[in-house]
Design a protein around this ligand. Sequence first.
Ligand code: DX5
Ligand code: ZN
Length: 215
Amino acid sequence: MQISPSILSADFANLQSELEAISNADWAHVDVMDNHFVPNLTLGLPVVEALLEVSPVPVDCHLMIEDPDRWAPGYAEAGAQSVTFHVEAARDPVATARAIRAAGARAAFAVKPGTPFDPYEELLAEVDMVLVMTVEPGFGGQSFMADQMPKVRRVREAVRRRGGEIWVQVDGGVSADTIEQCAEAGADVFVAGSAVYGKDSAAAAVDDLRALAER
Ligand code: DX5
Ligand code: ZN
């Protein structure tokens, strides 16, 4: 069970100390948004490069951008240890996943709440993780969509059938109130923004979430 705090809810003026505050986490989740794939704009490759210099934990890049075929490999080349692109945006998801892996990162694909997993089952051969969104991508602090749990189960079942080690990540509205149902459905990597950085102690929130996921 791994916790990946989303720095989207961190203090953007103090990202180094915000990363140090979650040094007990497994990953730092960095949300890249381009104001085209989602109606919000966050940060891009130059900022990710700077974060990689100071992050005490590996960086988990979630690309909510158009044309990931073109941009995703660059994040892996920069040193991000995991790079996730959206299947809705990719023209050639197989080639994109292969390019991410060739650059030395773990590759993952993400599905929005309205996107079914089944048509992409074959893609499991090319990735190390599947991200099931539990909110519409674009913003932190939204309500958890429990209706995505059947999809998490389908992904977990498909991973089991295939064998091998593919992680199942959930992102959006994950908190102390919702993390157990995600774990029960088969998720093993949990992104949490407001449920970590909205707390007095981000580190304590990470430990609490991990303990609940492992219950
Ligand atoms: C939403 C982002 C999430 C976001 C989660 O589009 O992908 O990573 O930061 O924030 P919370 O945990 O507050 O829902
Ligand atoms: Zn995210």
